[in-house]
Design a protein around this ligand. Structure first.
Ligand code: AMP
Ligand code: MG
Length: 522
């Protein structure tokens, strides 16, 4: 048995819904509702993340035990667990959607590990809750693989994210209409155990503000600051307007940091609704996300968003800002000083620009950003887009090759056969400008390459690789899934024998469902 110590601060210190059970309802003046995971018939462990197990003081033996499987499938509760679903609201695609809440996520409690850290455990896909609305509270293997592998891959890429401990299949079938086109089919059910300092979202505050429940709003803000941003209380008095403003500034800052990382690795979240924004600045809720193959700033994998492309790659910083704006509105009753909130939002924009520039400089191996680099970056993005370049392989080539040859770089174009002279000249011109710029940069080539290889990955959980791993796993063959998990532990290192996982998107995947087109159905 685990020997886990639970210290469920969220449950112990915050108001609960007096009603328990799964009956759908509007939950007022409460942060959560008690609800138990649904039991499943034939759970099987597909994978676990050894690094996350270690954070939780679990051994490999623990993770392969029957108690672990039963707990991670929702069949069994350990002493000290207090399963509950959180109440939150949110803006979906720009519109206030009212109460949402954990519709298919059940928090088990907070483990206090031997190092004294608290980690919240959450089962995603463990059955109905009061917040499930008209849905079933379940998750399928397809979307669970996408969440499990990607959140771990993001962590190893250095992108702030929630983590994943385990992936189990339930032995039950779940009906899903993937493209919402009237063709539902049975898929294998699965549960992922997610792990994070907390799963508190912008939407947890929004729901209280929208309902004018200011006392609960204050209680939740105080809780959040006390446990997750305690240093603020060394400067500002607990409960003071300044403490809330200082905290809001921190959330903005963490959010900027997260989005800059997304832009660095070509990650498109796909559903940046305010209920999918963590107050820790962690990437959360892996749904119809995707990775840029060809560099197309207007790309979004989410077919539900195909019309307005609200959540396309290039729009992510603006949306993150818009989301922080919504959080600011919700916190206004506690702070009342609009100018302080506005200043924080202004600062968001300034920090974003500054950090984006520093990030781009690091991708290109420049020791620092010079004002004239603005043009170099802008032209590079145009070249990458115009030539349909594979973003990841392009930057990696710059990070490894001593002599930069446009003839070799052209291999990373998704339409290399069609490139005309103008295209090729544009690339050559840019390489020339870049080479000039490097001359004015202090470091030698070897140092530069070493630094570049820390920020320009070789391996990503590319959309087509995800789809292949899913198709294999659905047939009961998890070998590719395990191999990918392993490769993605060291995304910045070339790994011999694993070259195939760094390959550009093959032709068959260009317009395939699951590869370039994803819906919210999960
Ligand atoms: P998402 O867009 O995945 O963040 O989900 C938005 C809302 O829908 C959240 O409140 C989810 O908990 C809920 N939801 C999504 N899928 C399901 C499902 N299968 N069953 C119940 N609730 C769901
Ligand atoms: Mg969500």
């Amino acid at each position: 048995m685990s020997g886990w110590q639970f210290d469920n601060r969220f449950v112990n210190e915050l108001p609960a819904d007096p009603q328990s059970g799964t009956q759908r309802r509007q939950v007022h003046n409460a942060c959560y509702s008690f609800v138990e995971p649904a039991a499943v018939t034939a759970p099987a462990l597909v994978a676990y993340a050894a690094e996350v197990a270690e954070l939780l003081d679990l051994t490999a033996e623990d993770c392969q035990s029957d108690w672990f499987l039963q707990v991670m499938a929702g069949n069994r509760l350990l002493d000290g667990m207090q399963p509950h679903a959180m109440c939150y609201g949110g803006h979906q695609f720009g519109m206030w959607a009212g109460q949402l809440g954990d519709g298919r996520a059940i928090n088990l409690g907070e483990v206090r590990n031997q190092a004294g850290q608290h980690w919240s455990l959450q089962l995603k896909g463990a059955g109905e809750t009061p917040y499930s609305r008209s849905a079933d509270g379940l998750a399928v293997l397809r979307s669970s693989i996408r969440e499990f592998v990607c959140s771990e891959a993001m962590h190893h890429l250095g992108v702030p994210t929630t983590r994943a401990l385990s992936l189990v299949t339930t032995g039950e079938e779940v009906m899903r209409d993937i493209m919402y086109d009237g063709h539902p089919a049975a898929e294998p059910g699965a549960v992922v155990c997610r792990v994070a300092p907390s799963f508190i979202r912008f939407g947890n505050f929004q729901i209280f503000a929208a309902r004018d429940q200011h006392e609960e709003l204050r209680t939740l803000a105080d809780f959040t600051i006390r446990h997750y941003f305690p240093d603020i209380l060394g400067v500002h008095e607990a409960g003071s307007a300044q403490s809330y403003l200082a905290w809001f500034e921190r959330v903005c800052d963490l959010t900027v940091e997260m989005v800059v990382h997304w832009m660095r690795v070509g990650f498109v979240h796909g559903v940046m609704n305010t209920d999918n924004m963590s107050i820790h600045g962690l990437t959360i809720d892996y749904g119809p996300y995707g990775w840029l193959d060809n560099f197309d700033p207007d790309w979004t994998p989410n077919t539900t968003d195909a019309q307005g492309k609200r959540y396309r790659y290039s729009q992510q910083p603006n949306i993150a800002l818009w989301n922080c704006y919504q959080l600011a509105n919700s916190l206004h009753p506690l702070i009342e000083d609009s100018s302080g909130l506005e200043a924080a939002l202004q600062q968001f924009q300034l920090s974003y620009v500054e950090r984006w520039r520093a990030m781009m400089a690091s991708k290109l191996g420049l020791a620092d950003f010079q004002p004239s680099d603005e043009k170099l970056f802008a032209e590079l993005e145009k070249v990458l887009a115009q030539l349909d370049m594979d973003m990841t392989n392009f930057y990696r080539y710059l990070s490894t090759e001593d002599r930069l040859l446009s003839s070799e770089l052209i291999e990373f174009s998704y339409r290399k056969e069609e490139l005309n002279d103008e295209d090729k000249n544009r690339l050559r011109d840019w390489l020339q400008q870049y080479a000039e710029r490097l001359k004015s940069d202090g470091r030698d080539q070897r140092q530069r390459h070493q630094a570049m290889q820390q920020v320009n990955p070789v391996y990503l959980f590319r959309n087509y690789l995800a789809q292949q791993a899913i198709e294999n796993s659905e047939q009961g063959d998890h070998q590719m899934l395990h191999e990918l998990l392993n490769v993605l532990r060291r995304p910045y290192e070339e790994q011999s024998g694993m070259e195939a996982y760094a390959a550009m998107r093959p032709d068959w995947a260009r317009n395939k469902v699951g590869c370039s087109m994803l819906s919210c159905s999960s």
